[in-house]
Design a protein around this ligand. Structure first.
Ligand code: APR
Length: 180
């Protein structure tokens, strides 16, 4: 069995093109689509995605939790919608909530027998989470979740821009070296 961090790969790209069991969406609590990666995923999945969110999850999704829908026209079979915290300076439980997003998505995937996942950098755009703080929180939460969920074979963290990719890649490499 590969170690938790060996099952994580950081790549630069567009998450809507990932051919995995599920891609994770950085959504809002209403699950009604939006800008950023949320907008890109809904555009690529087609209008059925919004209809499924409203039909399957009419109450939306609280921050830190995750909800599953089909992927429709996406290459990915499913979408796991999670809602990251809005950065409010770091004293409102943001770190705990951000980590909870990654853990909840892994748990939901494992409960549905999904084994390959792709994540964006949750909260690192509109929600304003400082990137250098988000990277270690995200990667350690993924590492802990993968220890807990051995059925998940591979997690890809898909970073849209080169700077964020370099940051996540470097943090991942240092965590792997420490055997975190
Ligand atoms: N593939 C991968 N990553 C992407 C893509 C894409 N196609 N498009 C954007 N991103 C990146 C952004 O560059 C950022 O690093 O996803 C990260 C998360 O940014 P946002 O999409 O803005 O998500 P977030 O910060 O969690 O804010 C969520 O924004 O779009 C609305 O409805 C959404 O209200 C919610 C809020």
């Amino acid at each position: 069995m590969a170690s938790a961090f060996e099952r994580i790969t950081c790549v630069q790209g567009d998450i809507t093109r990932e051919r995995v069991d599920a891609i994770v969406n950085a959504a809002n609590e209403a699950l009604r689509g939006g800008a950023g990666v949320d907008g890109a995923i809904h555009a690529a999945a087609g209008p059925e995605l919004l209809a499924a969110c409203l039909e399957l999850h009419p109450g939306g999704c609280p921050t830190g939790e995750a909800r599953l829908t089909p992927g429709f026209r996406l290459a990915a079979r499913h979408v796991i919608h999670t809602v990251g915290p809005v950065w409010r300076g770091g004293t409102q439980g943001e770190e705990r909530l951000l980590a909870a997003c990654y853990g909840a998505a892994l748990d939901l995937a494992a409960e549905h027998g999904l084994t390959t996942l792709a994540f964006p950098a949750i909260s690192c755009g509109v929600y304003g989470y400082p990137h250098e703080r988000a990277a270690p929180v995200a990667l350690s939460a993924l590492g802990r979740g993968l220890v807990r969920r051995p059925s998940i074979e591979a997690v890809r963290v898909v970073l849209f821009g080169p700077q964020l990719f370099a940051l996540f890649r470097n943090v991942h490499a240092s965590m792997s070296a420490q055997g975190a």
